[in-house]
Structure formats: structure tokens, C-alpha cells
Write a protein that binds this ligand. Structure first.
Ligand code: SF4
Ligand code: FES
Length: 327
């Protein structure tokens, strides 16, 4: 099936969504996502961040679609023509979506552990507007513990359902979910139960904002002062392939590795995540590739390493010259 997105044509198999087709072309045209997660079945369709304009439905029916569509939930048709970044209406509409997502979200980035790796922060910078028109009181909840290692800040939740689907699909006996509906909807554990499954920590990694945070890492360090390295260990419960966040020789936290779309590559178990906080527990493979365009990749040490190697080369050359200059 042929589909054209922002002027770039691509051939894709039947059943591919517009979002998947755009990702096949590359990050330049791929719409942002806040709820879709390729590793989770039935995710997507909640946030509307990924909307695009379909200017031609298909070769058989060349009419445009009357309204923007959620690209994560709309399958391509042969001959479909789609606009994302080339459509001024979509760029404008996405600003409105960001405004909606921020209606109840507190601007507490300076004290939020997710700052630097928050999808909403990135979305706000890339697609938001500087002002809000919202005048009413934001909904407020007290932070609560769900399990002994996870803190829930419901104020920051954007109701994307990713954590619910993660718990449903990779843990046994989910005990948390969304209760109530509309603006009263909230994430909650079933009456006084806690998240204590072997894989429950993964809800932290899939949360796009700082609503679910790792209590063993909270307030320890801004992420951009840590060095993420890919590392592995022998683990009976999961693949043991993780990302270890170092400050000097200290392991500050362990997370799953994420791909270029900022999605978990392989879910990891709680033992890898919480119980192995010594560098010697891990076989370090090397610096983690950080694809996201955020403070976390600014001044990235991979780049600093390159500069260091260059500087050493120069020093060597200079040293060689000064030796030659010696009488
Ligand atoms: S807690 Fe996080 S992952 Fe769960 S619904 Fe809210 S924003 Fe999404
Ligand atoms: S990413 Fe498509 S609706 Fe949320």
C-alpha cells in the first residue's frame, strides 16, 4: 500500500497505521505521541497528540477526511495522502491539545524527578504555546504510595492509560486502574492493595510524565547530571538488559532501555531495577544512546568523550612537536 506523508511516499503492509508508516519514514515526520506505546496492545486513542490531516482518503476515494484523525488508531489506505508538520491547521490544533493536557498538570518541573525526560515537557516546548486560557482551579490530590517503591502524583497524570495497560499485559493480577470518569478520572489501586508484582516497576518507565516515580531515586539527582550506560546481568526473571544511571561510581537508578521513540525495548524485573544498585552487579556495555532532544542529551558525555579523544590527539601531536623541538 502506498501512502504519502508530508510529501514523502512509502510502501507499507496492509494494516499499518499512519503513525507506524510515519515512523518508518523517520522522526522528522513522525507525529508526537503521549498515550500510544508500540509495546502495549490496544494503547493509543486517548490523548489526540498524534493527530494528522488526511487530504486524500485513498486512490479509490480521493475525498479528504473531514476532521483531523488520530494517526495511532487510523490505518492507511492505498493512495492515502497525509499532512503532519506540513499542515498549519494541525500545528495549531496540536497547540490546543497541549493546552488541554496542561490544564490540570502542575508546572512543578523544577522539583519533578521526570524533568529532563518528560514527554509533556518536550511536547510543551515543541508544540505548545506560552500562555494558557484556563482560569479555573486545577484538580489536586495528595501524592500517595502505590507499593513500597512507587510514588503516584496524581496531579501530574495525563490519563494516558499506559501504566494500566502495562500492569494488565505484563504482570499477573493487576491491582490498579482508572477509577471514575471524565475530569474525575484517576489512577488508583484497588482498595488498599499495592503494586507488588515482580514486573510492577515498569509502570514507572512507561509513564510519560512524573506521575509515577521510583521512590529509590526520588530527589536524588537531576537526570542530566547522571550518566546512563547500557549494562546487563544474569537474571532468571527477565533478560537482565537494563540502563544503569551512574553518578561517579554510584548507581543511582536502574531502568529499562528505551528505543528512539522513547519506548521500553524490553521490560525488566523489579530485582534488576531495585536490588542491584552496585556497579559490580553489572557488566557495563558502554554509553547508552540517547535519542531524545532534551536537556538529557545536551552536553552529552558521548560528545564530551569525542572531544576528549580529539583533545588527546592534539596533545599528542603537540607533545610530539615539542619533543622534536628539544635541543
Ligand atoms: S500515571 Fe502516568 S502512565 Fe499512568 S495514566 Fe497517568 S500519566 Fe499515564
Ligand atoms: S498517541 Fe495517538 S491518541 Fe495518543
Amino acid at each position: 500500500m502506498k501512502v504519502t506523508i508530508d510529501g514523502i511516499e512509502i510502501d507499507v503492509p496492509k494494516g499499518t497505521t499512519i503513525l507506524q508508516a510515519a515512523r518508518m519514514i523517520g522522526p522528522e515526520v513522525a507525529p508526537p505521541t503521549m498515550c500510544y506505546y508500540s509495546k502495549l496492545k490496544t494503547s493509543g486513542g486517548y490523548c489526540r497528540t498524534c493527530i494528522v490531516k488526511v487530504t486524500q482518503g485513498s486512490t479509490a476515494n480521493p475525498n479528504p477526511m473531514p476532521k483531523p484523525v488520530a494517526s495511532c488508531r487510523t490505518e492507511v489506505m492505498d493512495g492515502m495522502v497525509v499532512q503532519n508538520i506540513t499542515s498549519p491547521e494541525i500545528i495549531e490544533a496540536r497547540k490546543g491539545i497541549v493546552e488541554f493536557l496542561l490544564i490540570n498538570h502542575p508546572l512543578d518541573c523544577p522539583v519533578c524527578d521526570q524533568a529532563g525526560e518528560c514527554k509533556l515537557q518536550d511536547l510543551g516546548y515543541e508544540h505548545g504555546s506560552a500562555n494558557t486560557r484556563y482560569e479555573f482551579k486545577r484538580r489536586e490530590y495528595e501524592p500517595i504510595d502505590i507499593g513500597d517503591k512507587i510514588k503516584l502524583h496524581m496531579n501530574r497524570c495525563i490519563l494516558c492509560y499506559r501504566c494500566v495497560k502495562t500492569a494488565e499485559q505484563i504482570t499477573d493480577g493487576r491491582v490498579h486502574g482508572m477509577i471514575h470518569r471524565g475530569d474525575a478520572a484517576e489512577i488508583s489501586t484497588y482498595i488498599e492493595q499495592s503494586l507488588s508484582n515482580d514486573f510492577s516497576g515498569n509502570v514507572i518507565d512507561v509513564c510519560p510524565v512524573g506521575a509515577l516515580t521510583d521512590k529509590t531515586f526520588r530527589f536524588k539527582q537531576r537526570v542530566w547530571f547522571t550518566k546512563p550506560v547500557d549494562a546487563h546481568r544474569d537474571c532468571k526473571k527477565c533478560s537482565g538488559k537494563a540502563r544503569v544511571w551512574l553518578k561517579g561510581e554510584e548507581v543511582l537508578r536502574v531502568t529499562a532501555r528505551k528505543d528512539q521513540w522513547d519506548e521500553v525495548e524490553e521490560f525488566i524485573c523489579n530485582s534488576c531495577r531495585y536490588d542491584h544498585k552496585k556497579k559490580s552487579d553489572w557488566v557495563i556495555e558502554g554509553p547508552s544512546p540517547i535519542h531524545r532532544n532534551s536537556v538529557i542529551s545536551q552536553n552529552h558525555y558521548q560528545h564530551l568523550n569525542e572531544l576528549k579523544v580529539e583533545a588527546m590527539k592534539h596533545q599528542k601531536a603537540l607533545g610530539f612537536m615539542s619533543i622534536n623541538k628539544k635541543p
